[in-house]
Design a protein around this ligand. Structure first.
Ligand code: AMP
Ligand code: MG
Length: 317
């Protein structure tokens, strides 16, 4: 595997200026965030949005998350209600996407929102992307920087594996969280469309209401998300206690022996660490040439719920 790519650039001041120029000219570029690496373009520009969908080979029915520097910028495009402010005060900026009502006056390109009346809005915490957003007069539409249905990238070389030298990639090191943001629907009845590191229990505490985990129904409702997702492209078998030597064995906790084919998500049974290792291991296992993956049962509490969501979708045939 190559480990040098000339299109991976450091976020120094000179390069940051170049990046801003590329984005202002409707170019697209891969940027680091605290969740996974994204493929960014001007959310107001039809040209940029088209480029993102084309490079990813993404279905036009699957909307993009729009990233803002602050509330003042977001207010131009979406309605920020009471519930939003309550949650933002506690968790913003961070790994949480809000589905909000789009304003009539919004300049977001309709294709970015799959022609919906809502927008997926996120305020990333990563310092590099915040520096870039601060200098732009438009928000960034940014899905994960991988080909549609493949594994999300958690470091610059992962993105290069997906797209070669087609696009520039800003090197921000390894993503802190390593799985995608929690997606919270605030349009009408509140629900979680994609579980993440911020859990329903944490959100319920703030809003003092019960939140439905509607994300399974949503998968059926929205055709774009029915497909196999987050997948390393080889069969995955869940809830396994043992694994043949020739297959990769993803384990969790101290009780599993260290073998050549085992990949322990967290020896200490720490679910944050497990989330951070999940896509890293998927990619590693794929690159090592394994033909199948067995996975032990992962506790379905807290962040474990998000890990199991990704595992189930990756295992979908
Ligand atoms: P990704 O492509 O990994 O960035 O994931 C984006 C996620 O946000 C997908 O699950 C989308 O379906 C979801 N999303 C973005 N915008 C909206 C929206 N307006 N309504 C519902 N879901 C959205
Ligand atoms: Mg994605």
């Amino acid at each position: 595997m190559k480990n040098f790519y000339s299109n991976i650039i450091k976020p120094n001041p000179k390069n940051l200026n170049k990046i801003i120029k590329i984005l202002k000219k409707d170019g697209i570029i891969s940027l680091p965030t605290e969740t996974v690496y994204g493929l960014a373009g001007n959310a107001y520009s039809k040209i940029s949005i088209r480029k993102i969908f084309n490079v990813k080979k993404r279905s036009k029915k699957n909307p993009l998350i729009v990233h803002y520097y602050n509330l003042k910028d977001a207010k131009k495009d979406v309605v920020l209600d009471k519930r939003f402010h309550k949650i933002f005060n506690k968790f913003g900026p961070g790994p949480l996407t809000f589905i909000l009502k789009k304003k009539q006056s919004s300049r977001i390109n309709p294709i970015a929102c799959a022609n919906l009346k809502t927008v997926g809005v996120r305020f990333p915490k990563n310092k590099i992307i915040r520096k870039i957003l601060k200098d732009l007069s438009f928000p960034l539409a940014m899905p994960s920087a991988n080909k549609s249905s493949s594994i999300s990238p958690v470091k610059a070389t992962d993105v290069a594996e997906e797209f070669g030298n087609k696009i520039k990639i800003v090197d921000g090191g390894v993503s802190k969280i390593g799985i995608e943001s929690t997606v919270l629907n605030l349009d009408g009845k509140i629900s979680i469309l994609r579980p993440g590191i911020i859990t329903s229990t944490q959100l319920e505490k703030i809003l003092k209401i019960k939140i439905n985990l509607k994300y399974n129904q949503k998968i059926i409702k929205s055709p774009g998300s029915l497909r196999k997702h987050y997948s390393p492209g080889i069969p995955i078998y869940l809830n396994k206690k043992k694994c043949p030597k020739e297959f990769a064995f993803i384990t969790f906790g101290f009780k599993y022996p260290v073998t050549r084919n085992s990949f322990n998500l967290s020896r200490k049974s720490n679910l944050n660490e497990a989330a951070k290792n999940l896509y890293k291991f998927f990619r590693l296992i794929k690159n090592k040439g394994y033909k199948k993956i067995y996975v032990v049962k992962i506790p379905n509490k807290g962040i474990g719920f998000a890990i199991n969501d990704r595992l189930k979708r990756a295992a979908k045939k």
